[in-house]
Design a protein around this ligand. Structure first.
Ligand SMILES: [Zn+2]
Length: 155
C-alpha cells in the first residue's frame, strides 16, 4: 500500500486496520477453500454483540433492541391493539412473539420466552416456535439439547 497524499489520515488508519484484520483472518482461513469470509466475519460480530447483550440486559426484552439488525423480524402494532402491551416503546414487537401470542389468543408475559425449534430465528412458523414460562426454563431446555442458547440469539 502506497501512502498517497490523496489519502486522509483517517482513511489510511482505516485501511491499515482493515488490512491487519484481513491478515489476521486470512491466516486462520485455509487456503484453496472457498471460504465464506463475509459470513465468518458477520457471525463473529454477532457473537460479540450477543455477549454484550447477555451481560448488559439479561432478562429485559426492552433493552436497547430497536431494529432488526439481529435478524429478527419486527412488527409494529397499531396503538390499542390487544397485543400492544407486548410492544417496545417504539411500538415494535418481535414477530415470533406476536405469532405465539396470536396463537394463544393472549399477550405474552414479559418473562415468557419464545424458542425457535430449528434455531433459525427467521423461521417464525408456529410449528417452529415453542413457548417457555421463563428464560430459566428456556435455558435448561437448551442445556438438555446441548445447543447454546446464544446460537439462537436472544429470543
Ligand atoms: Zn431457544
Amino acid at each position: 500500500m502506497i501512502k498517497g497524499s490523496h489519502h486522509t489520515e483517517a482513511t489510511i488508519r482505516r485501511m491499515k486496520a482493515k488490512s491487519e484484520e484481513t491478515i489476521r483472518r486470512m491466516s486462520k482461513a485455509k487456503q484453496g477453500e472457498n471460504n465464506p469470509m463475509y459470513d465468518k466475519h458477520h457471525s463473529e460480530e454477532i457473537r460479540k454483540e450477543m455477549s454484550k447483550r447477555r451481560k448488559g440486559n439479561k432478562n429485559s426484552w426492552k433493552g436497547g433492541i430497536t431494529h432488526d439488525g439481529e435478524g429478527y423480524l419486527l412488527f409494529k402494532v397499531p396503538e390499542g391493539c390487544k397485543f400492544s402491551c407486548m410492544a417496545w416503546s417504539n411500538g415494535y414487537i418481535q414477530l415470533h412473539r406476536l405469532i405465539m401470542a396470536e396463537c394463544l389468543q393472549r399477550p405474552l408475559r414479559d418473562k415468557e420466552v419464545v424458542h425457535h425449534i430449528n434455531g433459525n430465528i427467521t423461521d417464525n412458523r408456529i410449528e417452529n416456535l415453542k413457548l417457555f414460562k421463563s428464560n430459566g426454563e428456556h435455558v435448561s431446555y437448551h442445556r438438555k439439547l446441548r445447543v447454546g442458547i446464544w446460537n439462537e440469539k436472544f429470543n
